[in-house]
Design a protein around this ligand. Structure first.
Ligand code: ZN
Length: 385
């Protein structure tokens, strides 16, 4: 219905660029999404603290009052938008499909009240309650802090759908056990971000253990690994959780996140490094955490411009757009002496995917190195203390 009413603009979605990238972690999905506006991480953080002025209906883009809304200057019309009530953990929530369609049956599940994002034990219960009702859908939540969260922090919501992401099929690289939870299978996932996977036939046990791990993580500091729970009273640790059903078992993936900044890395230490910002500057949110890059619409045109400049041998710094990609483009040419007019776009898309892989590695609080993995296990020991 959302497609037929043109709420989902299939004509535009069809023009999105989609390709795959094989990596040591699995096969990533790389997309250039033409529907979604690119957002600045600083603007997202600022919006969280903004008090609404003047017209406050609907309070945000997710509120249920958007259904059928006529629109105003700074809020789009939603005449053809429809939502479905669902009950999650005995509380009234709402369900809709995403107009951006990052992947098959991309849906948004949101609180019927305009209430801020929060990650707590109840979040895990709500996610699993959704999966119990819709076992063919995964569902996850963005983290509740700026830099490591999604683009809307003011309204509690999840994203789900009928799609298998690379992370969901990534193997366990190390099995672990948690005291008092010998009945729950647990492990560290082979993935660039730091993921603990819990698995059990009993979803209640996942909620309990998830709650224990979250409480420990929120207060956990490890100076050697540059993890600080708080600085100047500001909290930095949180989790991006994802729930799904796999055979007879429920799974809860807990992705450890930290949003600390330094003068060198003002957008975040565990955030794509500045060299990647020509390609991706936005927060690494839930969908990207799972291995699907949502790259900004501008890249489609910009990559074509870079491709032309390479093939024609033009100055890679002759325009502002080209200059923003120049360092990267020069490296690409060096890596691919075979580059020509027939393969240039494929090569640029491949290398764009490699940048995304680098972004995910940057977002991992524990790196995929012997030292990083040792520090990861130190946290697991802390949970068990
Ligand atoms: Zn709202």
């Amino acid at each position: 219905m959302s497609c037929n009413s043109n709420y989902i603009r299939q004509d535009r979605i069809k023009k999105d660029r989609r390709w795959k990238l094989d990596t040591e972690f699995g096969t990533f999905d790389i997309t250039i999404n033409l529907s979604k506006p690119e957002k600045d991480p600083k603007a997202i953080a600022a919006a969280r603290n903004m008090k609404p002025t003047g017209i406050v209906y609907p309070k945000c883009l997710l509120c249920k009052e958007n259904e059928g809304y006529a629109g105003r200057l700074n809020s789009p019309a939603r005449q053809n938008h429809r939502i479905i009530p669902v009950t999650i953990n005995d509380s009234p929530w709402m369900f809709q499909y995403s107009p951006y369609v990052y992947y098959n049956e991309h849906c948004i599940v949101f609180n019927s009240e305009h209430t801020p994002m929060a990650i707590n034990k109840q979040t895990f219960r709500k996610l699993l309650d959704f999966v119990i009702q819709f076992p063919h859908y995964f569902v996850g939540s963005n983290a509740d802090l700026p830099i490591v969260g999604g683009s809307i922090l003011t309204h509690d919501h999840f994203q789900g759908g009928n799609y298998t992401f690379a992370m969901a099929v990534a193997p366990i690289e190390k099995e672990i056990t948690f005291n008092g939870f010998s009945d729950v299978e647990a492990g560290i996932v082979k993935w660039p971000l730091s993921v603990i996977r819990l698995s059990s036939e009993d979803p209640d046990r996942l909620v309990e253990l998830g709650g224990v791990i979250l409480d420990k993580w929120i207060n956990y500091s490890d100076e050697d690994a540059y993890i600080f729970a708080y600085t100047d009273g500001e909290r930095h640790n949180t989790i991006t959780p994802i729930a799904r059903k796999n055979g007879d078992k429920y799974e809860l993936d807990l992705v450890l996140r930290n949003n600390i900044t330094t003068p060198d890395r003002p957008l975040g230490v565990y955030h794509p490094r500045p060299e990647y910002h020509h390609n991706k500057k936005e927060n690494i949110g839930l969908i990207e955490v799972m291995g699907l890059a949502v790259l900004p619409a501008r890249l489609k045109k910009e990559l074509a411009e870079v491709a032309d400049a390479i093939v024609l041998g033009n100055d890679l710094r002759s325009t502002e757009t080209l200059a923003s990609h120049a360092d990267w483009a020069e490296q690409v040419v060096k890596n691919h002496p075979e580059i020509n007019k027939d393969n240039v776009l494929d090569i640029l898309e491949y290398e764009t995917g490699k940048v995304f892989e680098g972004c995910l590695c940057d977002a991992g609080v524990y790196k995929c190195t012997p030292e990083g993995r040792e520090a990861f296990l130190k946290f697991i020991d802390n949970v068990n203390e």
